[in-house]
Design a protein around this ligand. Structure first.
Ligand SMILES: Cc1cc2nc3c(=O)[nH]c(=O)nc-3n(C[C@H](O)[C@H](O)[C@H](O)COP(=O)(O)O)c2cc1C
Length: 233
């Protein structure tokens, strides 16, 4: 089984998103999967121009010459694709959004309905069968991820994929900046994320119980707010 993570954090390997993705992929490898972690911030990905040339004159081929040429091949490789992004303005990062927009050559222009009656385009290029979402946020508030929950549910339908799991981490800034006192808490969380990686490979998806466990606060919200405000001065 091949798993590729597309990481949309501008901080790339220095980010909180990367900490979660690395633990997840380690778990996947422990269960026998082959993994790859792609930092989109290190790639040249221009915004889609909306010309639809990839649907008309050059079917499946974008006119923009940048790293999306190789990334469009990459999205066809894995059994599971991980979309990993920090929460930016309640949504995916700009880097991730540019990447997702530029996947449009993988679709065909015609309209069709999915099994639930929602509009989508037929696939031109077979992509991954399943998707996992990983995100983290600065605020301590779980319902901030509601936009992503809805977005990736809809995208799974649009992208002919099945949502196999979601890992949402609020209080995300604790991951990079953990004090010695917090290290055991973060280590425990990483172990849980690793277990999630093993579960996805072994069972095909994350259970509701694991996803709930992954969303428990790392420290009490009021303590996090106090230390965040102190650190900002
Ligand atoms: C432009 C920008 C927008 C952000 N928007 C939100 C937000 O809407 N909600 C939130 O909780 N955190 C927000 N954050 C904080 C990030 O989600 C947080 O710092 C996260 O840990 C970054 O992950 P990374 O280190 O992987 O990039 C924002 C940060 C930036 C720079």
């Amino acid at each position: 089984m091949k798993i590729i993570a597309f990481n949309g954090s501008p901080r790339a390997e220095r980010g909180n998103t990367a900490i979660i993705v690395e633990a997840f992929l380690e778990g996947c490898r422990e269960a026998g999967a082959e993994t790859e972690h792609i930092y989109l911030a290190k790639k040249k990905i221009a915004p889609c121009m909306g010309c639809f040339t990839c649907w008309t004159k050059t079917p499946g081929v974008c006119v923009i010459k940048d790293d999306m040429k190789d990334l469009l091949k990459k999205v066809t490789e894995p059994d599971i694709a991980v979309y990993a992004t920090p929460l930016y303005v309640d949504n995916v990062s700009g880097i991730m959004k540019n990447f997702m927009d530029r996947l449009i050559p993988t679709a065909m222009p015609q309209f069709e309905r999915d099994a639930e009656g929602r509009m989508r385009h037929p696939e031109r290029q077979k992509k991954q069968a399943r998707t996992v979402v990983i995100s983290n946020s600065g605020f301590p508030q779980r319902d901030q991820f509601d936009v992503l929950r809805l977005l990736f549910r809809r995208l799974a339908g649009l992208g002919h994929s099945e949502l196999a799991g979601e890992i949402y981490r609020d209080e995300g800034e604790l991951l990079r900046n953990a004090s010695a006192a917090l290290k055991p808490v973060i280590d425990r969380y990483k172990e849980l994320v690793k277990k999630a990686g093993r579960e996805v490979v072994e069972k095909g998806r994350l259970s509701e119980a694991t996803m709930k466990e992954l969303e428990k606060p790392l420290i009490p919200y009021e303590d996090y707010i106090k230390s965040a405000n102190e650190s900002w001065g």
